[in-house]
Write a protein that binds this ligand. Structure first.
Ligand SMILES: Cc1ncc(COP(=O)(O)O)c(C=O)c1O
Length: 403
């Protein structure tokens, strides 16, 4: 027996069938980040979770089991990571995938042909490609709308709408979705509300507290924070979905390796200190960019003049460190990307290293041109993911790059 049911396995392993957060509920998030779900390894006392590089697990007797059978179904190192992420988000269960895209793809396995999704229009381009170029061929339907316009949300619902899929803040245009208002609309119509919480992480934003049903992550970004792992997560609030996702994940197996799971656990320990430092740097850089003569627009939610600053303060405990800005002429984009030295010209975001990208050609290259145009993703827009370097060096780099 390799692929036992969840019930068969869960009777042996705490947390396999969903976590019990009660013992850790009164702890601060930074404590839970450092200590994880189980914390120490009970058998050895190791304070760093052991890496269980085993694809299979021997049964102690004919009917006996340690609870682990085969790593596609469950692996102890990955389980500690999954339980830690579930704890941080305030969910009951999480699954760790090999990338953010495989997590989102796993979510879509819940659907049936004919199901309709309403999706944030300012969406990560890879998610847009997965939806429109792949899953649309299997009969799933996607409409891309502005979730900051609640009338548009209500008017776009169809009888077959089963999911809202929202990023907030959006990227690169940094719109903020009112999580409570959107979740109320979803639940009036029995629609599942999915939030991609990649940009703020549970350290700054906990969508379940505002009514979300499912959270997805690219763990590659802030949760990892070191540009050395690709990972993704699905986190669920209610236990009813546990068996469905258990079946999806163990049938498909696009899951995170034990070593990468350990790297992620190690990264999570410093998530809070990294994010605080990244945000402090981002606040200073946004201020610098706002005063720069060759910068025409700056989009940073932490800026008190940002239109969604107040909403953000009401539903998050921080603003993150993603800034988009528009320069005066298109030629300056090329010059800036070639001149930066401390900041790397590279895709991705959220790591300790500062990265700059050109969304038109990179992160949002896969998006339909008319949607990009509607959003203002144009030849003058740059996106900066601020890291933890000395902010004076980052500002000097930008001064040099922007001319
Ligand atoms: C908001 C968001 N969601 C999901 C993804 C996809 O994650 P991954 O690159 O880990 O597959 C990304 C990647 O950039 C992203 O920015």
């Amino acid at each position: 027996m390799i692929e036992g049911t969840l019930e068969e396995q869960a009777q042996f392993i705490e947390g396999l069938g969903g976590i019990d957060a009660s013992a850790r509920a009164d702890r601060g998030i930074t404590t839970n980040l450092v200590h994880g779900y189980c914390g120490r390894d009970e058998t050895t006392g190791a304070v760093s979770t052991p890496i269980h590089m085993s694809s299979t697990f021997a049964h102690p007797s004919f009917y006996g089991s340690t609870g682990f059978m085969y790593s596609r179904c469950g692996n102890p190192t990955r389980l500690e990571l999954e339980n830690t992420v579930a704890l941080l988000e305030g969910g009951c269960k999480a699954w760790a995938f090999a990338s953010g895209m495989s997590a989102i793809s796993g979510l879509l396995k819940l659907c049936e042909s004919g199901d309709h999704f309403l999706v944030s229009d300012d969406l990560y381009g890879g998610t847009y490609r997965l939806f429109s170029d792949f899953y649309a061929h299997y009969g799933l339907e996607f409409d891309y709308i502005d979730f900051t316009d609640l009338e548009e949300v209500r008017d776009s619902i169809r009888p077959n709408t089963r999911f809202f899929f929202v990023e907030t803040p959006t990227n690169p245009t940094m719109k903020v979705v009112d999580l409570r208002a959107v979740s109320d609309i979803a639940h009036e119509r029995s629609i599942a509300f999915v939030v991609d919480n990649t940009l703020l992480t549970p350290y700054f934003q906990r969508p379940f507290d505002f009514g979300a049903d499912i959270i997805v992550h690219s763990g590659t970004k802030y949760l990892c924070g070191h540009n050395d792992v690709t990972a993704g997560f699905i986190v669920i609030r209610d236990r009813e979905l546990i068996q469905d996702f258990f079946n999806i994940t163990m049938s498909e197996g696009a899951l995170l390796s034990p070593f990468d799971s350990w790297l992620m656990l190690r990264s999570l320990k410093t998530l809070g200190v990294r994010l605080e430092r990244q945000q402090a740097n981002a606040l200073a850089i946004a201020e610098f960019l706002k005063g720069h003569p060759h910068v025409t627009d700056v989009y940073y939610v932490g800026d008190p003049e940002h239109p969604a600053h107040e909403l953000s303060c009401a539903q998050t405990s921080g603003f993150g460190s993603m800034i988009s800005f528009r320069v005066d002429v298109a030629e300056r984009v090329l010059k800036a990307l070639e001149r930066i030295e401390v900041i790397a010209y590279a895709e991705s975001l959220g790591s300790v290293e500062s990265l700059m990208t050109f969304p038109l050609m990179q992160t949002h290259g896969a998006m339909a041109p008319e949607l990009r145009e509607k959003l203002g993703i144009d030849e003058r827009l740059l996106r900066l993911s601020v890291g933890i370097e000395d902010v004076r060096d980052l500002i000097r780099d930008l001064e040099r790059a922007l001319g």
